[in-house]
Design a protein around this ligand. Structure first.
Ligand SMILES: [Zn+2]
Ligand SMILES: [Zn+2]
Length: 398
């Protein structure tokens, strides 16, 4: 291993990034022009595969359906660090005036995954050029279907964390509302988990003209929904608030028929599994109270969408340290609150230690999932440098 002083290595890295930056900006805008939905990222995968092959990698494709993986082997024994970028776009009609506006009607890179992919390709090129400065291996994970398709889980099932076994994983998301290039890191829970519930209220159907012979599940559902609001208010008192929202209500087909049942659906957004279970307990207690003596019964089912994204302590401190060294104390902050959206990077963190952090997309950036959103290319040099530094330093540390 060629040994470099940190400052020297940093200068070399900066020079490489300066040189390659235009290429990855072009790739980012190319990706933006042709967004693809979860598990349909076929052309995106092809572009990634080609770019990696151009750098001399031998990428594996179709990991987790449309995912792409490349391994950079330093040729020296050591640990394996993984870096991850998500690839998919959203079913949103773009409303920007960009000259590289989406050409795939009704689809849009409205969450900046185009930028995440371009970043990781840039990091792969930097590390390829600097592979003599570290030991072990770097695994580049291009993951499909972050937007509701659990692409991370699909890749894990296809063995992405094995062969070589991943020792730690890092990834970032752009963060609208924060100055470009500023880094936000949070210990522990950084994104909430999301569990959906479905409550079936069983009554007794009958003729609308003779309600005395029926038990109307719709009127009882009104009480159930009010009771759920009480639970929601109680939970709102927690500092890391669990959020409970009722979002669907379905019952009945005819105006002259009292239906047999009603179905109430909603979502629990919580910072931990424990908090989710606490919310479930409160919901069930309220349901028991409301249905008691009413003649109605209920069944409730839950579906875990994504677990909470929980950073591990050592790797979080490590990212904080590297970010501060690289960008200065003023450009790195501890994120005050967890994000209430959920993120399937959580599945990786259930298996290996790591840290998922944020890089500012601009204070005036439209929010993610807005038709006016755009990934800020000003992130690219910062993100490429930070991720490359994280990988090298991690692999030099042992
Ligand atoms: Zn998103
Ligand atoms: Zn996203």
């Amino acid at each position: 291993m060629q040994s470099f002083k940190l400052g020297e290595l940093r200068n070399i890295m900066k020079q490489i990034i300066q040189k390659i930056l235009p290429r990855y900006q072009t790739i980012r805008q190319q990706l933006h022009r042709y967004p693809e939905l979860r598990y349909q990222e076929v052309n995106t995968a092809k572009l990634i595969q080609q770019a990696l092959m151009d750098m001399g990698f031998n990428p594996q494709i179709q990991i987790g359906k449309t995912g792409v993986v490349a391994v950079l082997d330093s040729g020296k024994p050591g640990k394996t660090v993984a870096l991850r970028a998500d690839m998919d776009a959203l079913p949103i009609e773009e409303e920007t005036d960009l000259d590289y506006i989406s050409q795939n009607k009704g689809l849009m890179h409205a969450c900046g995954h185009d930028g995440h992919v371009a970043t990781l390709l840039g990091v792969a090129e930097v590390l390829q050029q600097l592979r003599h400065t570290f030991t072990g291996k770097v695994k580049f994970i291009f993951q499909p279907a972050e937007e509701g398709g659990a692409g991370a889980l699909a890749m894990i099932k296809d063995g992405v964390l094995e062969n070589p076994v991943v020792d730690a994983i890092f990834g970032y998301h752009n963060h609208p509302g924060t100055a470009v290039g500023k880094v936000l890191v949070k210990h522990g829970t950084t994104m909430y988990g999301n569990a959906e519930f479905s409550i079936q209220v069983h009554g007794k159907g009958g003729h609308a003209a003779m309600p005395e012979w029926a038990i109307n599940p719709i009127t009882l559902s009104a009480l159930v929904i009010t009771a759920l609001q009480t639970v929601s208010d109680a939970l709102a008192k927690d500092p890391e608030t669990t959020v409970l929202s009722v979002t669907t209500l379905h019952s009945g087909k005819a105006k002259n028929v009292i239906p047999e049942y009603a179905i109430i659906g909603g979502t629990i957004r919580a910072p931990s599994e424990k908090a989710t279970m606490h919310a479930q307990k409160l919901i069930e207690a309220e349901l028991n109270k409301v249905t008691q003596g009413s003649g109605c019964t209920f069944t409730i089912t839950y579906e875990d969408i994504y677990p909470a994204t929980i950073n591990t302590p050592v790797e979080t401190d490590f990212v904080l340290k590297q970010a501060k060294l690289l960008l200065g104390e003023n450009n790195v902050a501890i994120k005050a609150k967890s994000g209430r959206a959920s993120e399937d990077f959580s599945y990786f963190l259930q298996k290996v230690p790591g840290c998922y952090f944020f890089i500012g997309n601009g204070e005036d950036s439209a929010s993610c999932h807005s038709p006016h959103y755009n990934f800020n290319d000003g992130i690219l040099p910062v993100a490429i440098e930070l991720l490359a530094t994280i990988a090298i330093t991690y692999l030099q540390n042992e």
